[in-house]
Design a protein around this ligand. Structure first.
Ligand code: HEC
Length: 297
């Protein structure tokens, strides 16, 4: 039972009650939080266990001291040789009990009466140390069964895996959110393979930009966005910067109205319009944009 309690203690301390926190990051802070979040009955239980451990250690120390005193008394009484220690005596008797071996000179009493080419067999009983280990495994299996399959006090590996995966997906979502908020003109990407982002970009374009740049990007008040000619450059970073910071002649800065990832989406959407040749296309403005070798990558 003590083993069960200890397993629970370790588990409770390793687990943070806040599901967003990764259970692998167990620091002083999470330890404190885990302790504070425990129900008081559970807390009492752990306090009792710690006290018990403490008392056990004290008892062990007392035993060792007592043994040393008894040993000195026995030696001064002449009942024990000085070079012999009580511990060596105890060990010898423990050894005898654990192995329960038949002494060599009595082996003929347990010799089986067959003989294979001179190989004879002894009928030894199982050594007690082995039996005790065996009984120990049985006891452990009962504790294990109760713990994992009857009382369900701890999750099975499969459940543990599930929770870890859930935590990880929360982390991933948080990371993505942060990454989306951190997009700027230095790290913006042409997300040409991300259909969801391009769809979102199209929506932003129709709602906010089409009145000046045309439903298909063919141009109007604003320039044609489907040709190779650009006033401010045709790389994703150039397009993103114009959208974010704005330009003269009525192109406003959108950084307060659109989120960074929305600006990336609409910039990417605009670049997918390249070469679509919509009807009523406005005449080219600016310079022909040819990507440099580094940009083409
Ligand atoms: C009120 C009209 C108007 C709206 C709305 C508008 N634009 Fe513009 N946009 C312009 C004008 C005008 C220019 C040209 C700026 C210049 O001449 O310096 C321009 C320029 C641009 C350029 C640079 C083109 C080049 O040749 O370098 C991009 C990219 C652009 N707009 C994207 C957008 C996006 C995306 C939106 C919507 C979020 C948007 N615009 C909304 C009027 C508009």
């Amino acid at each position: 039972m003590a083993a069960l309690f200890l397993m629970n203690l370790g588990y409770a301390l390793a687990q943070d009650k806040n599901p967003v926190t990764d259970p692998r990051k167990v620091g002083d802070d999470t330890f404190y939080k885990a302790v504070m979040a425990m129900p008081s009955s559970e807390l009492m239980l752990y306090v009792v266990i710690v006290l018990l451990l403490f008392v056990t250690v004290l008892a062990l120390i007392t035993m060792v001291v007592a043994l040393m005193i008894v040993q000195r008394l026995l030696i001064s009484d002449g009942k024990m040789q000085a070079e012999e220690t009580l511990l060596s005596r105890l060990w010898a008797s423990f050894d005898r009990q654990m192995t329960n071996a038949i002494p060599l000179n009595k082996e003929n009493t347990i010799l089986l009466d067959h003989n294979y080419d001179g190989i004879k067999e002894l009928d030894n009983h199982l050594p007690p140390w082995w039996l005790y280990l065996f009984y120990g495994t049985i006891a452990f299996s009962v504790v294990y069964m109760l713990n994992y399959h009857v009382l369900n006090t701890q999750p099975l590996p499969a459940q543990e895996y599930e929770t870890e995966m859930q935590l990880a997906s929360i982390e991933v979502a948080e990371y993505m959110k942060k990454a989306a908020a951190n997009i700027d003109e230095t790290n913006v990407k042409f997300v040409k393979d991300n259909k969801v982002a391009l769809e979102a970009g199209k929506k932003v374009f129709i709602e906010n930009c089409a009145q000046c740049h045309g439903q298909a990007g063919e141009g109007g008040i604003g320039p044609n966005l489907t040709d190779e000619f650009w006033l401010y450059g045709g790389h994703i970073k150039n397009v993103f910067t114009v959208i974010k910071k704005g330009a003269k002649n009525g192109m406003q800065a959108w950084e307060k109205k659109l989120k960074p990832d929305e600006m990336q989406s609409v910039a990417s959407y605009i670049l997918t319009l390249q070469g679509t040749n919509p009807p009523n296309a406005k005449e080219a403005q600016g310079e022909k944009y040819v990507p440099t070798e580094a940009e083409a990558k």
